[in-house]
Design a protein around this ligand. Structure first.
Ligand SMILES: Cc1ncc(C[n+]2csc(CCOP(=O)(O)OP(=O)(O)O)c2C)c(N)n1
Length: 326
């Protein structure tokens, strides 16, 4: 683990709580999908929690994050409530997107998450657009684009990085490199798989880090955010990580023969939640009692979100097209 000395204790606790909240919430969602209670397609984030938590611990409410089809972790780490998220997964009117969006289209502008989209790389230019608006308005907010390695296959990704660097926009590009784009390994998609290196082509700093190490994600993002706020322009941070479950849904991809048990198990041994927990216990930032109490609180919060989602009404079908942009 990286040196934790520079990270305030309150921040370490906040990151740990966010990661545990994401993990437990998604474990519950996985069970609910298996029971056919949640039928909305969910791309689960389990295994990647250190990225969302480490990045968002550096952000203010007025910094905006843009997410993808794998959105739950970003929403929770940015401060989104579990009731609004669970209700959205049930397609209920009290969901964060009014029940019209589902897992892949979470929106919570009040916490600084204007939107997420399943179009691969679709929100990367939106983040740059927000950053352009911040700089024109002379605000010191930053925008963050979360995306998978699959986004690097898209032309708009290159155009956006070029434009953002040219205009020195306050935008941080966070690549969650989990080695697969649906069922394609990275090496089958990219001629040069070193994603962080591509930043050099745009005159932008690019760095590849251990995305399962919450300290490293936090420290790297801290510098990038500080530079972006000071008008020094964008940065690309490639976080090496791994999704434990299949591309979509609660099962693993092992039956598809695309990734092996050994690989999955090796990554599970690098569990980001467990790593942070072990380190914080060792450094006495948290105690065993604190950890148990927090887990109980989170479980109670999830149970309340579940009850809320079940009881919530469905949205008015007649309003559905009214929300489509024309
Ligand atoms: C423009 C576009 N092309 C293809 C798809 C189909 N698709 C959905 S998810 C996905 C792969 C995404 O992989 P990655 O960006 O690495 O994210 P991950 O699922 O690994 O988190 C693809 C190709 C899409 N949604 N949008």
């Amino acid at each position: 683990m990286t040196d934790t000395q520079a990270v305030p204790r309150a921040t370490l606790k906040k990151m740990y709580a966010a990661m545990l909240r994401i993990r437990r919430f998604e474990e519950k969602v996985a069970r609910l999908i298996s029971l056919n209670e949640i039928i909305c397609p969910c791309h689960l984030y389990i295994g990647q929690e250190a990225v969302a938590a480490g990045v968002c611990a550096n952000l203010r409410q007025d910094d905006w994050v843009f997410s993808t089809h794998r959105s739950h972790g970003h929403y929770i780490a940015k401060g989104g409530g579990l009731k609004g998220l669970m209700a959205e997964l049930y397609g209920k009117a009290d969901g964060c997107s009014g029940g019209y969006g589902g897992s892949m289209h979470l929106a919570a502008p009040e916490i600084g998450l204007p939107g997420s989209s399943a179009i691969v790389a679709g929100t990367v230019p939106l983040a740059a657009g927000a950053a352009l608006a911040f700089s024109l308005q002379k605000k010191d907010s930053v925008a963050v684009a979360f995306f998978g390695d699959g986004a690097v296959d898209e032309g708009v990704w290159y155009e956006t990085l070029n434009f953002a660097s040219l205009k020195k926009l306050p935008v941080i590009f966070i690549c969650e490199n989990n080695l697969y784009s649906t069922h394609m390994p990275l090496s089958a998609c990219l001629a040069d798989t070193a994603i962080a290196k591509k930043a050099a082509a745009f005159g932008m700093p690019g760095v590849c880090i251990d995305g399962n190490n919450a300290f490293e994600v936090y420290n790297t993002t801290q510098k990038a955010v500080a530079d972006a706020r000071r008008g020094k322009g964008p940065a690309l941070i490639e976080c090496l990580t791994y999704r434990w479950l299949g591309h979509v849904g609660p099962n693993d991809d092992l039956d598809k023969g695309l990734r092996g048990k050994k690989e999955v198990r090796a990554w599970m041994r690098k569990d980001p939640v467990n790593r942070l927990e072990t380190e914080l216990l060792k450094q006495r930032v948290i105690s065993p009692d604190y950890k148990d109490k927090l887990a109980r609180e989170i479980d109670a919060e999830i149970a309340a979100a579940y009850a809320f989602a079940q009881a919530a009404p469905y949205p008015d079908v007649k309003q559905a097209v009214g929300r489509v942009f024309k």
